[in-house]
Design a protein around this ligand. Structure first.
Ligand SMILES: [Zn+2]
Length: 242
């Protein structure tokens, strides 16, 4: 886990070049361990689908449940990758967090030591920023932190598509509607990297049986297309080694 050949962006890289035509989906689940994480683990395991869990260090370390769920993900390295989503999740005060990039960097470093993810992939709380080899997308607010994370060897991966949730934390788009958007984004090359699509979901969206069924349905619809493969974000093109 965490070992990735050093490749260029998409063209001419040793392993990426042969894969460049294959449409690859990266499922990512944010903010766990939370209620709902276990359902995400179970469904992906049942469907034999790879996924990435962006975990919050505090959610892992605050309870026995958090540690146990974290361990379940770690134990299934064939299917799952853990990634760093900060320690505090900015205490959900994003403006303050990003205006203090030095303490924000320390927050990610603390999460790194707690989560022991085995890779240097991060995602900013509440912000769709990217920083990989040859890819940089950051608003002025987060740019100072993005630069500090970059200098410290972290990769930052945002998302191409979000399965949104309502005020009750339940999925908004239907599985069928979301799968059609996936098709469209690939078809019209509206992804950050061509033929690579990162989907953001949140563990807590799937805490009830009724909503868990939607996740399984979504995965089944994508599998039925027969033209997509699923990967962990450790395989995303352009990750820099540190
Ligand atoms: Zn988050």
């Amino acid at each position: 886990m965490g070992v990735h050949p050093k490749v260029g962006l998409n063209k001419g890289g040793k392993n990426a070049s042969s894969d460049v035509g294959i449409k690859t989906i990266y499922l990512s689940f944010d903010d766990g361990p939370l209620s709902g994480t276990t359902n995400c683990i179970d469904i992906c395991s049942r469907e034999k689908i790879m996924a990435t869990f962006f975990e919050v260090g505090w959610h892992q370390s605050r309870s026995a449940f958090g540690k146990k769920t974290y361990q379940q993900i770690l134990n299934n390295g064939a299917l799952f990758t853990l990634a760093n989503h900060s320690y505090t999740h900015a205490n959900n005060n994003y403006l303050n967090f990003y205006q203090h990039p030095d303490s924000a960097l320390l927050d990610f470093i603390k999460a790194k030591s707690v989560l022991q993810t085995g890779n240097n992939i991060t995602r900013l709380p509440g912000n769709n920023a990217w920083n990989l080899m040859g890819i940089k997308r950051a608003s002025p607010l987060v740019l100072p932190l993005v630069n500090k994370l970059d200098s410290s060897g972290f990769n930052i991966i945002g998302w191409d598509l979000q399965w949104r949730f309502n005020k009750k934390g339940r999925p908004i788009q239907s599985p069928a509607a979301l799968a059609i958007i996936v098709d469209s984004l690939f078809q019209h090359h509206q992804t950050v990297t061509k033929n690579q699509l990162v989907i953001l979901m949140h563990d807590h969206m799937f805490r009830t049986p009724a909503d868990s069924v939607k996740l399984e349905k979504f995965i089944q619809l994508l599998k039925q297309r027969g033209k997509y493969r699923f990967q962990k974000l450790t395989q995303y093109p352009g990750l820099k080694l540190s």
